[in-house]
Ligand binder design. Structure first.
Ligand code: GUN
Length: 294
């Protein structure tokens, strides 16, 4: 059996970063604008700390200004909403990113809806989500599914009429992923099946798919016998599994059983090094877009 082509998310993300850098330079030279993003982090979740640090460091490399506001775990809904109102009216802040997950006592949807939709780089505001669903070209699309879309386009994977299975119906990845691929567009026009925890015959659906996008958050869920030979497999999952061999006591694995699936698939994303770098690339491209539209 042959081994799948690896879809190099790092290399494609680097390409997008250099395009963003050129846009940032043009904004500065032509309009004197330095794009600015404010990250809001609540509590001390180590993964969120690492993600925000990484996003800020990459922003700086591209000439994008970033600030991070860190709030205590006990911050109330009202305090967080008041901060967002302040950032909404601050002309130096082009974008606001409230890092999820938020503490349990915070109503996340209400927070995302309070962000001015012109500053909603995450694409989570109901206006941006609604426009995406209606095919009305929202200012921002959610970064992870937009990144998966770019990976597919830039790797030359045919999408028009393709059978795509999306595993997972979350608001951050699954649902917007399906909406993006369903658009009437030469870079979409796919036939999308969205599967979730109550779906039946998941393996059968997967075996018919030309493209499988796994985003349900279950370690190594997609097995080799669920994949049609030659299919494209995109692994969005980030799952912690116990690993006594590792210094931390755990390691991160995807939703795809990579070593087995790569023997069957035509192309596959490594994980890490596949979708992750694309999320940051789309975030910073969106940040430049916010400043361009300001
Ligand atoms: N947490 C995990 N993914 C994301 C994302 O794309 N945006 C935000 N704000 N939080 C996240």
């Amino acid at each position: 059996m042959s081994s799948a082509r690896l879809i190099d998310g790092k290399a494609i993300a680097a390409q997008i970063h250099s395009e963003t850098q050129a846009r940032v330079l043009a904004l500065k030279e032509k309009r004197g604008i330095v794009p600015g993003i404010t990250f809001v982090r609540v509590g001390e979740d180590p993964a969120s700390q690492a993600y925000v640090r990484m996003k800020g460091a990459k922003a700086a490399e591209l000439g994008i200004h970033s600030d991070t506001v860190v709030l205590k775990e006990s911050t109330s809904q009202e305090e967080l909403l008041a901060l967002i109102q302040k950032l909404n009216t601050d002309p130096k802040v082009h974008c606001i990113l409230v890092q999820a997950p938020l503490p349990k006592h915070i109503r996340e949807e209400e927070i995302f809806s309070a962000i001015d939709f012109h500053k909603d780089v995450d694409g989570f505001h109901p206006i941006n989500v609604g426009k995406l669903l209606l095919g009305q070209n929202p200012l921002f699309k959610p970064c992870t599914p937009a990144g998966v879309h770019e990976l597919l386009i830039r790797t030359g994977v045919p999408l028009s009429g393709a059978e795509v299975v999306v595993l997972g119906r979350g608001n951050i990845v699954g649902k917007p992923m399906a909406a993006i691929l369903l658009q009437k567009d030469k870079y979409a026009d796919a036939t999308v099946t969205l599967l979730h925890s109550r779906s039946k015959n998941i393996a059968d659906h997967c075996r018919r798919a030309d493209i499988i996008i796994a985003a349900m958050g279950q370690a190594h869920f997609v097995k080799a016998d669920m994949v049609k030979p030659g299919a494209v497999v995109i692994d969005v999952g980030v799952n912690r599994i116990d690993d006594p061999q590792s210094a931390k006591g755990y390691r991160l694995v995807g939703d795809v059983d990579f070593e087995a699936v790569r023997q069957v698939a035509g192309a596959i994303t490594p994980n890490p090094g596949g979708v992750g770098p694309m999320t940051i690339a789309m975030l910073l491209s969106n940040t430049a877009r916010a400043a361009e539209a300001f």
